[in-house]
Design a protein. Sequence first.
Length: 557
Amino acid sequence: MDYKARFPLAFPKLNESQLKTISELAERHTYENGEYLFHSGEIEFKFHVVISGKIEIIDRSGLEPKVLLVHDPGEFTGDLANLSKRSSNADARALGKVVVFEICQEELRKIIAERPELSETILNAMIVRSQALSETDFKGLSLIGSLSNRDTFRIRNFLSKNRVLFTLIDLDHNPEMDTIFTHFGINNNEIPLVANGNVWFLKNPSLNELGKKIGLKQDFKTDLYDLIIVGGGPAGLAAAVYGASEGLNTQVMEALAPGGQAGTSSKIENYLGFPTGVSGTELAQRAVMQAEKFGAIMNIPSEVVKLRLENQTKILTMDTGEEIRCKALLIATGAEYRKPEIPNWEKFEGNGVYYAATKMEASLCTQFPVIVIGGGNSAGQAAIFLSNFVPRIYMVVRGKSLEATMSQYLTKRIDEIHTIEVLLNSEVKEIHGDSRISSVLVRDNKEEENRTLQVDSIFSFIGAMPRTDWLDAILQKDSKGFILTGALVEKNDSWTLDRAPFLLETSVPGIFAAGDVRSNSVKRVASSVGEGSMSVQFIHEYLKDWEFANKKESTLS
């Protein structure tokens, strides 16, 4: 396949002015024939602009290495992994003697942030290259496991939501793999496997282990950050963009993948600037790229389990035992869908019970009807999206109408799709099945009738529980656990300043909350983005106080 001909926008040639700018910022480096510039799986690999000679890009994700394309003079290597510090998807090898401008990742970020004449060309090419790989026969990582295995779903979910290219090898349809596992002494409890061609493989890895291997999880680079953001949903990502672009040393700690609840939406159609709609994952990916362009660090997976205070310094403890310190903290952990109290519910989580409706989940249930629980926008978007894949959808809604809880454009569309049946005043009461769901008992509370539905999957979008359990009693919360901010904060001994809390500031100075986790917030993507953006202004004001107080303390000591 001629990748350059198929994706011309992915492989532009820099003009003389752009090459001159690069020459002022980068060093020349010469590679001899056959010498590697970087390898597949390498983290923090360098960006290269070809001055003379050619560079071949080699795909090692299949059984045999193959040349994907050849870069000519004026072209450049790399993709979005150069900005995010993810591992390289391929090898780069000199074809003959090659002279290049060589740029490390930190320098590349600086060029993109400060040189608009280069930024647009490089970023557009990187975006198209990432899309191009997903539309070709590039295999990426190999995930080897059974679809009925929870660990396979756990890893598949992590890779998919972080847009890591991979190929699933389903053991249920590849029984010959058992012989290979026996030959290499691999036990059942070591499955699934994740492999990067013949470069490396991991046995049933934790998400922390896998994240570190592919460059999503990074080491902390400083003893004290200006701003730590806990949560990578719309609010957290917006704060990361504005914080980093305004010079704050910013780190985002995200437990699973960027996007939050919005990331589970197959199509958001009422967000400003996207008249044809945008998927939650695409919106998150673009926001991550913006934040990383300005120098924000995304750390995934990074689950915060504890917060403590040392004078004005905020100290976060991670699930790995690591600690990270900051001057200002933004909590943007959002809310998660509630788990209904239904027998067997947890038994089928990740194997028939899902909390998101993306292509990954849809691919697991294409042959049988499914249930969508909930009457909000997320449930409506999920039902509409799933109607493209499954033969029938039952929407189970406790309320007496959809109009009270769902946007009008969604209710109209649901009415027009004949494969969606809305069951009002209803609840799921029982789930039946062995290794997979076989049927579900639904109760009509108005008619006081039970109905058994033959389905194999349930998609749940009910309620909203704030992710604030790790805060213990440090911050004031409302009766449901959402964080109080601004005028809702009751002044007590934890508030040490003369001024009142800022609009998004919590009961502890320098700790802010934005988005769905905040009490009385508007549960919409646009409002979360607005709050995340606005929080940075308050954080700047707080940091002035922080610097003054610490300078005063240093003088007194």
